[in-house]
Design a protein around this ligand. Structure first.
Ligand SMILES: Nc1ncnc2c1ncn2[C@@H]1O[C@H](COP(=O)(O)OP(=O)(O)OP(=O)(O)O)[C@@H](O)[C@H]1O
Length: 300
């Protein structure tokens, strides 16, 4: 039964409502409240240790919150186990790769179809379904390779294909672009937009600011477990608190010189995406120009 205060029909796809997670004395998530809507791509960003993965664990059912609620499709799922959320249409990929290494890429997707369909899967997916999915995520050429022999970026796309085999209404993607090169990341961004255009909701934890700023409709920023800003990419880029906490910023530079801080910010500034998280560059600059904007593994 729906417990949404304004009724299930108009409820956001996902609502995280004043969620708190404490690990002993550490407050990993502190009253986090945000939504992700169907048909949109939502980014969840923030510095290392900000609580992003813990939020994902609460949403997907791996972590019980100390307080607060998670609603999915208008229903309170806070106490629901992972498989029930999955059945209701929640799919997740992980930072670590979960595929079966000794199986081929194609067989990994076949297994994912079987798992999602369960006993209802009396009719097994045809090779056509599987190959169409591999094609959709752009890894057809690896179909017959063992999953443990493919590049990391390709393996992440395989994770996505396995997730899509369950036809999820909400996709939770944890750093999906790591390991992809620039052109693969561009294609991946197009795929995310396509998936959202089909009516799916996508919530993504991602450090590649070009991707986040380029594909997200809405971004929520976590810092020390709290949401410090929510808005469009343009709003987030201009937010001084976000600049300080996460995006390139130096205290020596007056705030009016921050990207887009003034009402008269130029069109060039409005559209620029050359922002990377603090700590991702060696030079102390106001707004750190991104080189490919992907953070090296060692500063994550
Ligand atoms: N199981 C746990 N036990 C104790 N502390 C934890 C646990 N999981 C996470 N934490 C702490 O909670 C905080 C948030 O961690 P979390 O992994 O959610 O951050 P994150 O934003 O995902 O970081 P990253 O970008 O590095 O993945 C950190 O201080 C972390 O050390």
């Amino acid at each position: 039964m729906s417990d949404h205060p304004i009724g299930g029909a108009h409820a956001p796809l996902l609502e995280v409502d004043h969620v708190v997670v404490q690990f002993g004395g550490v407050t990993a998530v502190n009253e986090a409240t945000f939504v992700a809507d169907a048909g949109t791509v939502t980014g969840l960003i923030g510095p290392n240790g900000a609580g992003k993965t813990t939020c994902f664990n609460v949403i997907s059912g791996l972590q019980k919150p100390t307080r607060g609620k998670v609603r999915f499709r208008g229903r309170n799922v806070t106490g629901a186990p992972v498989h029930r959320r999955s059945k209701r249409g929640m799919g997740r990929t992980f930072q670590r790769l979960e595929a079966f290494g000794s199986l081929s890429v194609r067989d990994n997707v076949r297994v994912a179809y079987d798992i999602h369909r369960g006993l209802a899967g009396l009719v097994r997916p045809g090779a056509k379904d599987i190959d169409a999915l591999l094609d959709r995520v752009g890894i057809s050429s690896y179909a017959d390779e063992r999953a443990d022999s493919i590049p990391t970026g390709t393996a992440r796309l395989l994770e996505l294909a396995r997730c899509l085999a369950g036809d999820p209404k909400l996709l939770l993607l944890d750093e999906p672009s790591s390991g992809l090169d620039e052109s693969e990341t561009d294609d991946f961004g197009d795929l995310l937009r396509d998936l959202a255009a089909e009516g799916r909701g996508i919530l993504m934890v991602e450090h590649d600011m070009d991707l986040v700023m380029g594909v997200c409709d809405t971004i929520h920023v976590l810092d020390f477990g709290s949401i410090i800003a929510s808005g469009t990419p343009g709003e987030i880029r201009r937010d001084p608190a976000v600049q300080r906490a996460y995006l390139g910023y130096s205290d020596e530079v007056p705030e009016h010189e921050l990207v887009g801080a003034s009402a008269g910010a130029s069109a060039v500034e409005e559209t620029r995406t050359d922002l990377v998280p603090v700590g991702a560059a060696t030079e102390a600059t106001t707004v750190i120009p991104a080189v490919g904007a992907t953070i090296p593994e060692d500063v994550r």
